[in-house]
Design a protein around this ligand. Structure first.
Ligand code: SAM
Length: 447
């Protein structure tokens, strides 16, 4: 195989698995990278191409369609994913045209159903390379790439201006955030990153995580700055008993154990509990683990704290999981909200008097966040909201609701501590912006 072909073929198969078969990006990538034996840089390249297509599908299709005299059958073969991947390399990844076009043609030739379109692939991608960059700025990226139902939902929740800002931020690549066991400043210096006001260390994305200093000895783990807030908002947990009810892969469990809590980590999926155990083992941290349905689990005891990080539409994490744009549907919100309210009611039973229930979700939808908690409080009068205050754990006033719930949006950025990152040129600083959209409410049981 010519150099670079395996990475591009794997990327195209990941794109096809997501768009044609509805598979998740991570599952498809794991399978294809293994099948193609991709390592290091090739994995990174395949990932970048596939993620860019999933983010920018609308704009890429608008440009390709404008060059076609009659529409192509998009769902059937690898032809359309090959074209999307080729166009993404030319328009968004600034790859040399001879490589992007030549390797796309090679791929078409190697696929039985796409083979007789190889001349079309060549002609179309050459045209993209000549004219596409000029056509691109005239397109409305937010309107074309974000599904309409999602934009509508964001407009209803946040108003038109904020919805557009959410849309634009969701299409960007996220920086790499890590949570460190101790001494964030020293790790920031060692890794070339910056410490955020919230305590996470932020680096520009890129590079193999496993090869970075401190990974194998378990000094830190990958966790978005916003995802690191809910566990911090549980306050001083030293010596407290805490159950983390939807715990895998264990980012929040690791924070709580590191902070000195006695943690029980539960998850529905035994495979994901295994992953959590592996992650904790690497970090040299320990927790009791349980594989069970949090909606049914009824131990004969209560806990000082319960953390409930519910399964959700995850629309706050599109930057990291662009397949959400292509796979989630409006109906998913109501279906998940029903599961969340069942989990909340069961979680409430596990909280000792005076104890805390921290509910959180990486969905941007109020139905899974603000309204979910409002309904819970109507059903459970013994819980009061303990408002989160600006300044706590680096939380900015802008990320709080009037009632004191956390509501981060993808265009919010935690302040960077002065030093290395703030001295970077603007282009580099741009890679350090944003955070996942997260919602968290802190509830305390009064009796
Ligand atoms: C948002 S993820 C949790 C992320 C995790 N808290 C962390 O910080 O790494 C949601 C988790 O809920 C689990 N889950 C889904 N339904 C569940 C249920 N009924 N009971 C327990 N866990 C469930 C999923 O397997 C998934 O691991």
């Amino acid at each position: 195989m010519p150099p670079g072909l395996a990475a591009r073929e794997a990327a195209v198969r990941v794109i096809a698995a997501v768009l044609n078969e509805g598979r998740s990006f991570e599952a498809a990538a794991a399978k294809q990278f293994e099948d193609y034996g991709l390592e290091g840089r090739d994995r990174g390249l395949a990932r970048l191409i596939a993620a860019t297509v999933l983010r920018r599908q609308g704009e890429l299709e608008a440009i390709l369609d404008s060059y076609l005299q009659k529409p192509l059958q998009k769902q059937k073969s690898l032809l359309w994913p090959i074209l999307l991947a080729g166009a993404a390399q030319l328009l968004f990844l600034q790859m040399p045209p001879h490589a992007a076009v030549g390797l796309a043609v090679d791929q078409a030739r190697r696929d039985r159903q796409a083979a007789h379109f190889n001349k079309l692939v060549n002609a179309l991608l050459r045209r993209v390379s000549r004219e596409g960059a000029e056509a691109l700025p005239a397109l409305d990226g937010v309107a074309l790439n974000i599904p309409q139902w999602l934009m509508t939902r964001w407009r209803e929740n946040y108003g038109a201006d904020t919805a557009r800002k959410i849309g634009a931020a969701s299409l960007a690549e996220a920086p790499l955030d890590i949570s460190v066991k101790s001494d964030p400043q020293a790790w920031a210096e060692k890794l070339g990153g910056t410490v955020l006001a919230t305590g996470s260390v932020r680096l520009a994305a890129g590079g193999r995580i496993e090869d970075m200093p401190g990974f194998s000895e378990g000094a830190w783990w990958v966790q978005d700055a916003a995802a690191a807030l809910p566990a911090k908002l549980m306050g001083d947990v030293r010596g407290k008993s805490i159950v983390d009810l939807c715990a895998a892969p264990g980012g929040k469990t690791a924070q709580l154990v590191s902070a000195g809590a006695e943690v029980t980590a539960l998850d529905l999926s035994p495979q994901r509990i295994e992953r959590l155990q592996q992650n904790l083992a690497r970090l040299g941290l320990s927790a009791e683990t349980v594989a069970a349905d949090a909606g049914e689990w009824a131990p004969e005891r209560t806990f000082d704290g319960v953390l409930l990080d519910v399964p959700c539409t995850a629309t706050g994490t599109i930057r990291r999981h662009p397949d959400i744009l292509r796979l989630k549907r409006l109906e998913d919100i109501a279906a998940l909200a029903e599961i969340q309210s069942r989990l909340l009611d069961q979680a409430a039973k596990l909280v000792a008097p005076g104890g805390m229930l921290l509910y959180c979700t990486c969905s941007l939808d109020a139905e899974e966040g603000e309204r979910q908690v409002a309904r819970f409080r109507e059903r459970n009068a013994q819980f009061r909201l303990a408002p989160i205050k600006a300044g706590e754990s680096g939380v900015a006033a802008e990320w709080l609701t009037a009632r004191g719930e956390l509501r981060t949006l993808p265009f919010h950025t935690p302040s960077l501590t002065p030093g290395h990152a703030t001295e970077l040129p603007t282009g580099e600083q741009d890679k350090l912006v944003g955070m996942d959209g997260f919602y968290a409410a802190r509830l305390v049981r009064q009796s």
